[in-house]
Design a binder for this molecule. Structure first.
Ligand code: DAH
Length: 360
């Protein structure tokens, strides 16, 4: 007959002495596995008489449960110890000076965001932020994007499980920050007027030569009284001149459609394309650089603003695209390869912070 007391105390002590996930797993198999000690003991019950079966069966099952709990708590203990050991072994001292041979550089995306921010900061824009994980109310509804808009279709948008209602997603553009800033401003009484840019990551379920599933945009918007298209044009032309560091830049506002602006336009800059060169600022070709328009009255209403009192303009630009144009980077996908040769070629000095005074 099985000596349950000895079995129990030996098993508990074996579990207690395990010092790694691997040895604990071996113990689990040796005790509770198909051929484990407890399993074998339970098998002997069949041959026992009814009384023994009842009492011994109950005791063994109780021990089985006790051992399973002991294994679980030991498992958690070992995991904590293993994690601490790993954290200690991977600790880095961030206060150490950098070593010249592995000197880091600023990624062109970061650099261009900083340049854009410096230019708009000079025009009196503040920087706003919003979450990468959005809901369809902010990403679509409030921006006057009806259910039938192509951007709503699954192939564009990464939907997340969220609450299971199909309403949580990775933002497909930075425009929801318009909504968050305007409605947030209502709540804490800080606005309008508003004059913000919102740089950040955006996501679309798209990947080919000219699209990556994650990319960056800078949104901009101004809400004030008596704002008109002239303000929009002046602001963007000044921006493009500063960004491309040109005294004059040919700019074309081409009518377009965005659900959240009316009228809407796409902005092209003049350029010259030759076989293997692209020169910005001269020539007979045009290159699209951003989308813009006057904020749609419905968007203002959705944010609790009266369109008869407040007007505004908004724009959105792709950071990688602007970086490619300005710094002659030919292939979008290389941005996210983490290739150190690429980074040391196209990267920027960390101490050289862009400013209009110091030059971009
Ligand atoms: N959200 C647009 C996109 O991702 C870009 C855009 C266009 C933003 C026009 C704007 C705008 O604010 O006015 O394609």
């Amino acid at each position: 007959m099985t000596d349950t007391n000895t079995l129990r105390s030996q098993a508990l002590s074996a579990i207690e002495h395990c010092d790694s996930s691997a040895t604990l797993e071996e113990q689990r198999v040796a005790l509770l596995g198909k051929k484990g000690a407890i399993t074998e003991a339970l098998k002997t019950l069949g041959a026992a008489d009814a009384d023994t079966r009842k009492t011994l069966g109950a005791t063994l099952n109780q021990i089985k449960q006790e051992l399973a709990e002991a294994i679980d708590s030991k498992k958690a203990q070992i995991a904590a110890v293993e994690l601490n050991a790993r954290l200690a072994s991977e600790k880095i001292d961030v206060t150490l000076p950098s070593r010249p041979e592995i000197r880091g550089s600023i990624h062109p995306v970061t650099q261009v965001i900083e340049e854009i921010t410096a230019i708009f900061a000079d025009m009196g824009f503040a920087v706003a932020e919003g979450p990468d994980i959005e809901d369809d109310a902010h990403n679509f509804d409030a921006l006057n994007i009806p259910e039938s808009h192509p951007a709503r279709q699954m192939h564009d948008t990464f939907y997340l499980q969220g609450n299971g209602d199909g309403k949580t997603l990775l933002r497909t553009h930075t425009s929801p920050v318009q909504i968050r800033t305007m409605t947030g401003g209502q709540k804490d009484n800080s606005g309008p007027p508003f004059r913000f840019i919102a740089p950040g990551s955006t996501y679309r379920c798209d990947s080919d030569l000219t699209h990556t599933p994650m990319f960056h945009q800078v949104e901009g918007f101004v809400i004030d009284k008596d704002i008109h298209m002239g303000h929009l044009k002046g602001c963007l032309i000044e921006f493009l001149k500063a960004f491309f560091e040109l005294d004059e830049v040919p700019v074309r506002f081409r009518p377009s459609f965005f659900p959240f602006t009316e009228p809407s336009a796409e902005v092209d800059i003049g350029c010259k394309r030759s076989k293997d060169e692209l020169k910005i600022g001269a020539g007979n070709d045009w290159l699209e650089v951003l989308g813009c328009g006057m904020v749609h009255p419905n968007v203002l209403k959705n944010c609790g603003l009266d369109p008869d009192e407040w007007q505004g303009f908004a724009f959105g630009m792709g950071v990688e695209r602007l970086a490619m144009l300005k710094y002659g980077i030919p292939d979008l996908r290389t941005f996210f390869d983490s290739d150190t040769r690429w980074l040391s070629h196209y990267g920027f000095d960390a101490l050289n912070i862009p400013s209009l005074l110091g030059g971009l």
